[in-house]
Each structure stands twice: as structure tokens, then as C-alpha cells.
Design a protein around this ligand. Structure first.
Ligand SMILES: Nc1nc2c(ncn2[C@@H]2O[C@H](COP(=O)(O)OP(=O)(O)OP(=O)(O)O)[C@@H](O)[C@H]2O)c(=O)[nH]1
Length: 276
């Protein structure tokens, strides 16, 4: 079974292929969901905090399902432990902590935090100080861990959708004196080539019809809601760079300040500039 959303003119289908529990250093846990879809061949992800947000397409019975295949793809309730044989209603086991069953849901009055994050190899893996992507991913995760619930939808839209190779060319054009928008345009790309229909479909698959969205980007808010308000953004939560809040541990530098100022001045981002 797949989650269908009719985001005209596209008919998006997403299916959660596999899910796994990932313990973290701080004692918390996240669940990585890997999605397939009928729009591109990329592996988009949902990083889910807490056990109460579940994928409908993952849990739905599939042709040729067995107890074993359900456990291997992550469609089980409770915890896996050596020797477990059934995917649902785990029998009490001395080594397995008591956990909620798959029938549990988020309380109605809790609106989960969501971050729609676009892939950024340079910021997340190579610790680039040209952007705040790595910091934003960390900060979103920190806030969701504090609340015990939330989702980072991790879209494989590197370089605002132009891909890593083109983004690296854009960086060279930036060093030649162009801002991040002009650099894209000089390469004959749009300033922002991303779309968010898959994010909307993933949120629907996770049963999230109302969210609080971590972003400064007004286009992202409107786009993720979908043409028929398939998802409602009840609140936009700003992502202010740590350095702009006078806090330590964030990205700093001339390149970052120019990148953020261009987002404010040319892309309409809702981010108050620092007073310094
Ligand atoms: N083309 C291009 N892409 C960049 C540049 N710097 C970062 N990116 C990409 O921009 C994307 C980051 O976007 P997001 O973190 O979703 O940020 P946003 O849409 O600008 O808005 P926020 O939600 O407020 O963070 C990632 O795909 C990065 O790879 C750049 O200079 N040029």
C-alpha cells in the first residue's frame, strides 16, 4: 500500500520501504525511514523522533508479507530482540523494554515540529562555513529530541535542487564576486530549483496533518502545505543562526553572513538581521 496524494498536476506516491531504530550518543533514539516514490529515483528520508509517529505505508500489509519480512523492513511494534518471532504485540521478554504498541498515536493537542531539510554535502559532511545547513540540521534534531517527537524530512535536493557539481561551480562563481542567487542564474539554473510535493506526501504518510515548521523560507511554508492544504502549518518556527543569537558552537564568517543576507534580501527569507 502506498500513500497517494493528488497534488495536481502530479500524482505522488510514496512508500516507506524500510525503517530502523538508531540509538544516539545522548541516549535518545530516532527511527530512519527510507522512502521510494514515483517521481524520481532518489532515496528521500524521514528522520523520526519518538515512537508515536509511524508510517502508514510501512505498516500496511504487503503481498507475500511474513512475520520475518515485516520485522526486517521495520513494520513491527515494540522492540526487536534476539529470538523474536512475531512483528505485532510482542510477548513480554526480560530483555525488551516496555514500549508503546503501533496503535498508539500522538496526543491530539501535540503539534509536532517538522524540518524539511534539503541535502547539503558541503555543510553537513565537509563542515563548510559557506552555509548554515549542518547547523540547522543539528539544531532541528536538538529541538525534536527535547520535545520527544518530531520529523526531519530529508530531501535529496542537493544545492537547492541543482546537484552537487553545479553547486560547486556556483561556489567558484561566488568567489568571483557573485552572490548565491546570481551564481545559480549565471549557470542557467533557477535561483531555487526545489519542489516540496514529496515532503507533503511523506508527512501525510506519517499521519501528520498539522505541523510546526522550522524554517525562515516563506515559499517552503506555502509549498509544503500543498495546493489543497493537505498539511496545515499551524506555526512557523524561525531558524536563527546560533551566532546571530550570540551563542557559541554555530557557523560563523563572512561567507555565511553574505549567504544569509542574500537569502533575506533576494529570496525573501523571514530572518531579522543581527544588530552588530
Ligand atoms: N545552489 C546553491 N545551493 C546552496 C548554496 N548554499 C547552500 N545550498 C543548498 O541550499 C539548500 C539548503 O536549503 P534549506 O536548508 O532547506 O534552507 P532554505 O530553503 O534556504 O530555508 P530554511 O528552511 O530557512 O533553512 C541545500 O540543498 C544546500 O545544498 C549555494 O550557495 N548555492
Amino acid at each position: 500500500m502506498v500513500a497517494n496524494t493528488s497534488l495536481w498536476p502530479l500524482r505522488l506516491q510514496v512508500k516507506c520501504e524500510v525503517r530502523a531504530r538508531i540509538p544516539m550518543n545522548n541516549g535518545g533514539e530516532i527511527f530512519i525511514h527510507l522512502y521510494s516514490n514515483n517521481i524520481d529515483n532518489k532515496e528521500h528520508l524521514a528522520i523520526v523522533f519518538g515512537e508515536l509517529i509511524r508510517s502508514r505505508s510501512l505498516d500496511a500489509p504487503r503481498e507475500d508479507d511474513t512475520e520475518w519480512s515485516r520485522m526486517v523492513r521495520g513494520a513491527y511494534s515494540g522492540r526487536l530482540y534476539p529470538g523474536r518471532t512475531v512483528s505485532s504485540s510482542p510477548l513480554p521478554h526480560s530483555d525488551s523494554p516496555a514500549t508503546p504498541s503501533s496503535s498508539n498515536q500522538l496526543p491530539l493537542d501535540s503539534i509536532p515540529l517538522v524540518r524539511i531539510h534539503s541535502e547539503c554535502y558541503t555543510g553537513e559532511t565537509a563542515w563548510s562555513a559557506r552555509c548554515d545547513c549542518g547547523e540547522q540540521l543539528d539544531e532541528a534534531a536538538r529541538l525534536m529530541a527535547l520535545e520527544g517527537a518530531g520529523v526531519v524530512v530529508y530531501l535529496r535536493q542537493e544545492g537547492r535542487g541543482i546537484g552537487l557539481a553545479e553547486k560547486l561551480k556556483a561556489y567558484n562563481l561566488q568567489d568571483l564576486g557573485n552572490d548565491t542567487v546570481t551564481a545559480n542564474l549565471l549557470l542557467r539554473h533557477p535561483a531555487d530549483a526545489r519542489s516540496y510535493g514529496l515532503a507533503t506526501a511523506i508527512l501525510q504518510d506519517l499521519g501528520l496533518s498539522t505541523i510546526r515548521l522550522l524554517t525562515n523560507n516563506p515559499i517552503k511554508v506555502a509549498a509544503v502545505e500543498g495546493p489543497n492544504k493537505e498539511v496545515k502549518v499551524a506555526e512557523r518556527v524561525p531558524m536563527v543562526p546560533l551566532a546571530w543569537k550570540g551563542l557559541k558552537g554555530g557557523v560563523t564568517g563572512k561567507e555565511l553572513d553574505e549567504y544569509l543576507k542574500t537569502k533575506i534580501n533576494r529570496m525573501g527569507h523571514l530572518l531579522p538581521e543581527p544588530n552588530h
